[in-house]
Design a protein around this ligand. Sequence first.
Ligand code: HEM
Length: 429
Amino acid sequence: MKKAISPELGRAAMRALFIERSPLGPLKVMAKHVGRFFQIPLPMFKPYVVFGPEAVRKVLVTERHKVLWRNTDPVTDLLDRGVLIVDGDEHDHYRKLMEPPLHPARLADYTQMMISQTDRVTSQWRDNETVDMLIESRKIALLIIMQTLFSRDAWDDLPHIWNPILKAIEYISPGAWIIWRNMPRFGFRKPLKELDDYLFGIISDRRQKIEDRLSPTVHGQNDLLQHLIDAGLTDKVIRDQMLTMLIAGHDTSTALLAWVFALLGLHPETLKQVINEVDTTDKPQLLDHVIKESLRLYPPIHIGNRRIAEEMDFDGDKVPKDERLFYSIYLTHRDPEIWENAEDFCPERFAHGRKTPPMSYIPFGGGPRSCIGAALGQAEARIVMTRLLQTFNFEPVNPFQIHPHMGATLEPHPGVMMKVKRRTVISNQ
Ligand code: HEM
């Protein structure tokens, strides 16, 4: 049952905030001392938090009719009718339209392009230069998502869209608006308008190409943009889906790639083994386990955000209608009742098949609204990591300074600095 939060617990939470430099610290304190159900006691912001397989299954599967994805917050302001934040038939309609180009069977179509886009970014690196893998990963992920979903080679666009995209991400990241919902927010109007103009430009180019019968296909198949246009959606609704997919599809992959580098930087033995593996095999198993373990320890989307449409009950603890509920992926992934040595980096835990209960490993959510890009995101991480490790040596510069930061995703801050040097022998995929 729900426990009152004592002053001692409040102090422990504050200490954890200070030590871990992130709200993840206090969340762990609450989880440890209160349990799998608690309420965050902030002024004007008191969301309920649940974690663990039973609660997660309720939210994502068995009682999902009691929750809404749509809230009133900056995410909704920015993405409006985007598939991520609409409910019911409207959601199902958009989701169905966007599934075919993201189907696992299509992934092979994108492999070579992912390698080329990775090479394009690394072609700018100079030997012994220190690069920030958080930034470099974002470049790679942006080029890949633009090409995969909209058949847009965004290389020349990067300098123009970089700041607008970062501003869009900042706009939806947690901030003081959580407590002061209608606070004035300056500096966003112009870059967000530039991003809109860019997306509307891509839509009108495509409509023109369709008129001229020049619409692009990948191996004879339509891309996501073409599916949206063919369905007869308005430019505005297409823009909402494009911006949703652009952000959801690259900010997550950016965080994942950067975390994999951060963790390999802390574990040089594993890094050595992974390099050996990508040099000698076509199907790198250890790399796969490292990616999985990275998603467990630092899930880019660390919580799912819901609004309660009908009172919910978690083992006697109630969440009333209209309240905000978070299901915590982060806490589920670090629950010591489920995971042995939950706080440790241990890729081998994935080596012998799954031993944890269903809904205890949920980096892509679960149920009918699980991540639409899960297969793409995992393939991308594998392909990009393999290519990077085959072509460059990476020497970590700041491994012990890195800590998680809660932006729109969970990111490694202050960045993942790596000294890079091109390898003399370049092996092929
Ligand atoms: C490593 C990469 C990725 C991670 C960790 C990730 C994680 C997630 C998670 C946890 C959810 C569920 C959130 C919830 O229950 O509230 C989700 C949903 C979603 N993701 Fe991803 N994602 C990734 C890549 C992608 C990619 C590549 C795309 C697009 C191409 C994408 C598009 C979406 C969309 C549209 C949804 C909402 C689905 C719906 O509501 O029907 N994601 N993602």
